[in-house]
Design a binder for this molecule. Sequence first.
Ligand SMILES: Cc1cc2nc3c(=O)[nH]c(=O)nc-3n(C[C@H](O)[C@H](O)[C@H](O)COP(=O)(O)OP(=O)(O)OC[C@H]3O[C@@H](n4cnc5c(N)ncnc54)[C@H](O)[C@@H]3O)c2cc1C
Ligand code: SF4
Length: 530
Amino acid sequence: MTHTGIPRTDVCIIGAGPAGALLADTLAAAGHDVVVLEAGPRFDPTDRLERMERSIRPGDSGLSVWDMGGKRDAYTSSGENFYPLNHARVKGVGGSTLHWQGMVMRLHESDFAATGPAGGEWPIDYDDLRSYYANAEQELGVAGAVDNPFSPPRDEPYPMPAFAPSHSDSIFAEACEALEITTHSVGNARNSVAYDGRSQCVGYGTCNPVCPSGAKYSADTTIEKAEAKGVRVVTEAPVQRLETTAAGERVEAAIYAKDGRTYRQEARQFILAAGGVEIPRLLLLSASDEHPDGLANSSGAVGRYFMEHLFAGMGGVLSGRETRQNHVGFMTTESHQFYDNDEPGIGPIKLEFLNYAGPSPVEIAMDSAEYGDDLLETLKASYGHNLAMGALVGQEPRKENYIGLDPSETDDHGNPVPDVHWRIGEQEKRTIARANEIQQAVLDELGVDIRWKIGPENTGPTYHHMGTTRMGTDPETSVVDARLRCHDVANLTIASSSVFVTSGAMNPTLTIAALALRAADFVDESLKQA
Ligand SMILES: Cc1cc2nc3c(=O)[nH]c(=O)nc-3n(C[C@H](O)[C@H](O)[C@H](O)COP(=O)(O)OP(=O)(O)OC[C@H]3O[C@@H](n4cnc5c(N)ncnc54)[C@H](O)[C@@H]3O)c2cc1C
Ligand code: SF4
């Protein structure tokens, strides 16, 4: 038996991550009646210290901190490259920003112009998002400085001053100067001073996976603001299907599960903000006679063009000189000099100077066969002497990389699980190799004894799923239009990195937030017109 949810509302938002939270708050501020359906629980902020303690215990898998895993989160990974989906997401009020690192930067103008071999072009450009980027920086609370000569144009200062460069940044700066590599600060969605009712960062260093003090932005704080404006949030209510009108042109209801029952939530406008994997999955699960290949999928592009950012890195020991790192947990310096490169066959590179302390003394001791004074000497020689660099590398949009359904395995509600088909291409491998060359040059300049390398052969994702409901002007090749509304379904908007056409190499959440704020304006307009 299906029960009625909250009486028909103006807006039903699916997902309480940053995209859903910002839309809920903005639309409530505009006077609309909003319901948010969230698959996961509401985590108690007073538990965060305990979660942090659990996360730093050696051997912690990372999944237990935010209760990921089990039948609810089952998935398969059938592509050439394995994709560890449950490490790349959190389900709960706040979404993956509960766990995220909090590095935020704008995409470059070039990202909106890039097309890639598979075609596809953003139907908007940087100027369409420019003012929304500034609003997003205010909403998330970004600490930063206007010292990046490679960044796209901006008019306003950051809401908070940048964090002071770390000690290792100053060591890197010497080598970079010698090699003519320009370094600059990086935007951080964490409080360098008290901001928006949350405390200043106190340096726990466990930002990813949990900030016990609340200094790092997470979207549960935006949900709280939305609730104060009247938004109703139903937690542990995974949406199972979207149901359309008989002709299939509008969504009529979201069908969700809660406490062993099934509910039907009706609304005038629906917004899918369930993240880059669950959005295409829900559309595919919502296939009907009117939409036989999945809802909003007349193009066949739902789930396709899945993209990630790949990691390239290198590190080692700097003998005879202390790096004095304490693993503060976030980065203060980057270089975007190699981002808009015109090297043939090489994609964008975002170079990172890691705040890296090497393995902890506990980890070294547990992995060592030594005891007593020998072990003490090893620890002294390692701790405080490590340096490391990282980089994010963009991935091209390719149709063969996709999120599908795996009917051979089902979740706790009997639905086929998401199946990730992912392959790392030749351009990405070349770009990672180029990033490694730059990293090696810097570390060699410093005389670092390189002990490890993440290169093309052992790279992995940085947990930024993008591209699975791409934006475009042509309904035959894209899922949503420039207003983020589905071409096929008049009252269904998508807010997520799933609408990205290209990946760039910048961490995606500031762009997700800017797009969500822009989509809120369009949904508001539609509600006022109807
Ligand atoms: C370890 C890690 C580090 C990261 N670091 C950074 C970083 O430094 N900078 C950056 O920009 N990004 C980073 N990210 C990525 C960032 O967290 C995501 O880009 C961002 O959270 C996506 O926001 P979203 O609102 O689109 O989706 P999500 O945050 O994924 O939220 C989606 C919500 O929808 C809910 N949901 C899913 N399915 C359903 C359903 N069927 N019914 C109802 N609800 C549903 C989920 O439970 C979830 O709460 C990181 C991610 C991880 C995992
Ligand atoms: S370093 Fe700052 S942002 Fe990170 S966990 Fe600690 S208090 Fe939070």
